[in-house]
Design a protein. Structure first.
Length: 130
């Protein structure tokens, strides 16, 4: 199952995966929300939490994820992946260089830190009024 995480700043979306994630979870929740956000934003930030009760992705969900990433390959500004699932952490660490965005990996215990990071302005966004 995938559900949206509320309370993120404008230009940022958050999703939490739990249990078994299917292609219909992507096509029914994640894809429409991301497509709608890209319709009004040139760049997006994404917080994606794979929760502690996550059991896996089916093959269709993995395909949907890959298609979505390629469709908006250069549209990501910042991506935070929050998970304790070891194979996902290893894969993300190994492939993070291929993500055309600022990418950071967090543990589930660091969820609040990931939320804060996804909303931080980039140095170029800083207006200098510190």
């Amino acid at each position: 199952m995938i559900e949206q995480i509320p309370g993120l700043p404008a230009g940022a979306l958050g999703f939490r995966a739990s249990g078994q994630v299917t292609a219909s979870d992507y096509s029914g929740v994640l894809v429409p929300d991301i497509e709608a956000a890209f319709a009004v934003n040139r760049k997006l930030r994404l917080l994606y939490q794979i929760g502690p009760d996550f059991t896996g992705f089916d093959a269709g969900a993995m395909w949907e994820d890959a298609q979505l990433g390629f469709r908006h390959f250069s549209g990501w500004d910042r991506v935070a992946l929050v998970t304790d699932v070891q194979w996902l952490r290893v894969t993300a660490a190994a492939m993070g260089f291929a993500v055309p965005a600022e990418f950071k990996l967090f543990h589930n215990a660091q969820f609040d830190e990931a939320m804060a990071w996804i909303g931080e302005p980039r140095p170029a966004e800083d207006d200098g009024n510190k």
